[in-house]
Design a protein. Structure first.
Lengths: 185, 490
């Protein structure tokens, strides 16, 4: 390869690298730390492991007629946590859909474990607290829980409000707890 | 034969570095750099204030951040850029040895360049030194190879890009970058006079790499350097002088496990400077007698001598003007490379010289044998010379996590007490193992508040509440122990 071609090749590779970096920087969805970004003071409905990271979910608890809820955004909500060794866990959650016909698929470490819907339109006060419970076994290392939604604001539906957020569903509770065994049981 | 032996040695040293990437626990300075990174954002954290802390070496930090973003939270991902730098350094060292020396001197030169056990520590550590060494040697090679290609329009000036990348990988390589500019200017003047050339338009095209790299470094490092000077960050180093401080410290760490008195080290450091002066005298003698021998080797020795002299003068000048301490230990790696290349190239040159042939070959051979013995004595997979204190940080933290990981669910807080030097490495593992229940890492003095403590075994007699303390683990390398206090946090 002559010198001119080699220079062109390096130049092209350089431009491609810069392009990839700029694309990554402008599109990545940051994982937020539960411990630092989730304000659930006083609300036991929202208990995740301290090391959890999340994305596709608001970082704080809102109130609707005194019932706490947390917004989840489309197209999906992801939760990530680590366990040093496999653990038996309970995933407990409640859902309220801001529009009718919503479906929610639940995946754990890439495997679908539940399907909900189509859900009718409801507000958090209609369905407070825990409605669903899944028993899962974590693996050593990183574990990922994904809630996938069929519809969200500015996606399939328009909620008709002047808010750019991609509202998909409201969690009225979201807990990930170690499964407790009764003594002698 | 020499090609094969150099390749074999290259593979061996690289394998040693690669294994250590996995086996060495994260060290203080690595943990310090890696724990602050807000990956997966690639650029956001690179502010002048962040760079000004001087623990950050831009290219090194950027590559670590990118690697962790791509491959996830692993020690090996943090160290991957260092290993790539090691590959570059060893390959360039092999190429230089084979191109500029012959016979047994090729593998011998490679051994000297590659088998310094202290430098080998940094082949596996994410501190930017292996990247810096790789780019530095690539620049030296570019410069020397350009001597052979006199038809090139830009001469060796594009090698400045490699020197600039070395400075971005680790700031200590800023000296070789500035020296390279000076060497190139001197070389241009000398060769122009020698060839009776007039200054022509091609000289302007040679300025392009110089202006580009200087501009880049000024933009990236300008403001951080001003902030660093204002904050008094330039404190690391020695005030004992270039030879007694810098080179003696380089010798001390090179000897790794072999303890030697400071006076002996200073004497040998002076000999090393004397050796370079002697080589210069011999070269002047040969020049005066018109004995150029192999012209390229002759020029290569002069280039290395010029590099060495300019850097030495630059360091002395900087100390005199702004009082910067003399670089020590890992900050002086470029001096080691220049000593070795000076001796190696001169031995090759002297091969055809009646006067120096035997002496230089014996000296070169002896130094090579000593280097191999020193390397074999020092080789290990568990600790580094500088941060031996962190040798078991990973084992300790994994043990604590294994006993307590459900606390992330139960929210029971845990407090750890460590001695000052262990702070960064333990904090790094607390982050990387997701030990979010670890609410506080306190000093040794505050150990009465802690559930666990890591301290030297010699401090065990100071522990007043030994009844509730249980030694969980011991580190045979550095004598640190992990102690659990059973009555706390229950």
């Amino acid at each position: 390869m002559n010198l001119k071609r080699r220079k062109m090749l390096f130049l092209a590779a350089g431009f491609m690298l810069v392009g990839v970096l700029i694309y990554h920087e402008s599109t990545f969805r940051d994982w937020k730390q539960y411990k630092l970004n989730f304000d659930n003071a006083g609300f036991t409905q929202f208990l995740l492991p301290l090391d959890s990271r999340f994305r596709g979910m608001s970082g704080g608890v809102d109130l609707s007629a005194g019932v706490p809820f947390c917004w989840a955004f489309g197209p999906d909500t992801q939760l990530r946590f680590k366990t040093f060794k496999p653990m038996e866990l309970q995933l407990r959650y409640g859902l309220a859909s801001p529009f009718g016909g919503q479906t929610v698929d639940l995946f754990f470490n890439g495997k679908q474990i539940a399907h909900h819907g189509p859900l009718s339109r409801s507000s958090p006060e209609d369905s407070p607290g825990v409605q669903y419970e899944q028993h899962i076994r974590s693996r050593a290392g990183v574990n990922v829980i994904v809630f996938k939604y069929a519809k969200w604001n500015h996606g399939e539906v328009e909620l008709g409000i002047d808010d750019p957020r991609l509202f998909a569903i409201a969690f009225t509770s979201l807990q990930l707890l170690p499964k407790l065994h009764a003594v002698g049981g | 034969m020499s090609d094969f032996s150099v390749l074999l040695l290259m593979g061996g040293v690289f394998a040693y570095a690669a294994v250590r990437v996995f086996t060495l626990s994260m060290t203080c300075d690595e943990g310090w750099s890696a724990q602050d990174m807000p990956y997966p954002s690639l650029f956001a954290f690179l502010t002048p204030q962040y760079i000004a802390a001087l623990n950050t070496h831009l290219l090194n930090t950027f590559l670590i951040n990118s690697s962790v973003t791509i491959f996830g939270q692993h020690d090996w991902a943090v160290r991957l850029p260092a290993l790539l730098g090691t590959g570059m350094y060893l390959t360039t060292a092999g190429a230089l040895s084979l191109r500029f020396t012959s016979s047994w001197r090729s593998p011998a030169l490679f051994v000297l360049l590659a088998c310094n056990p202290y430098i080998a520590d940094f082949y596996s550590l994410a501190r930017g030194y292996s990247l810096g060494l790789g780019f530095f040697l690539l620049g030296v090679r570019g410069l020397l190879v350009s001597l052979e290609d006199t038809s090139s329009r830009t001469g060796g000036w594009w090698s400045l890009a490699a020197f600039a990348l070395a400075a971005l990988s680790n700031l200590s390589f800023l000296y070789p970058y500035l020296a390279a500019i000076a060497v190139l200017i001197i070389y241009e003047i000398v060769s122009a006079r020698h060839l009776r050339k007039e200054i022509s338009s091609q000289y302007w095209s040679r300025l392009v790499p110089c202006v580009l790299t200087l501009g880049l470094l000024a933009v990236l490092y300008g403001e951080p350097m001003i902030i660093a000077m204002r904050n008094g960050e330039h404190w690391w180093g020695s005030l004992d002088g270039l030879i007694d401080g810098s080179v003696a410290s380089l010798l001390r760490v090179t000897l790794y496990k072999i303890n030697t008195s400071e006076q002996v080290l200073i004497t040998v450091a002076r000999w090393l400077f004397g050796m370079m002066a002697l080589i210069a005298v011999c070269m002047i003698y040969c020049f005066w007698r018109g004995k150029h021998g192999h012209k390229i080797i002759f020029q290569a020795v002069w280039i290395i001598l010029a590099f060495f002299s300019i850097i030495s003068l630059g360091v002395l000048l900087e100390h005199r003007l702004i009082g910067t301490p003399f670089l020590i230990e890992r900050g002086t790696f470029f001096f080691y490379v220049l000593f070795v290349l000076g001796l190696g190239f001169f031995t090759e040159y002297a091969h055809g010289e009646r006067f120096f042939q035997k002496t230089t070959q014996i000296v070169f051979g002896c130094v090579c044998v000593c280097t191999v013995i020193n390397f074999v004595v020092a080789a290990n997979f568990k600790y580094t010379a500088t941060w031996g204190n962190d040798a078991c940080a990973r084992d300790f933290m994994e043990r604590i996590h294994a006993e307590n990981y459900p606390r992330n669910f139960t929210r029971e807080p845990l407090v750890l007490s460590v001695e000052y030097q262990s702070g960064h490495a333990t904090q790094y593992y607390a982050n990387f193992l997701s030990m979010d229940y670890l609410t506080n890492i306190v000093s040794f003095k505050e150990r009465n508040k802690a559930n666990y403590a890591i301290f030297s075994v010699f401090r065990l007699p100071e522990i007043d509440d030994s009844a509730s303390a249980r030694i969980v683990m011991e580190c045979p390398v550095n004598g640190l122990v992990l102690v659990q206090y059973s009555h706390r946090g229950e």
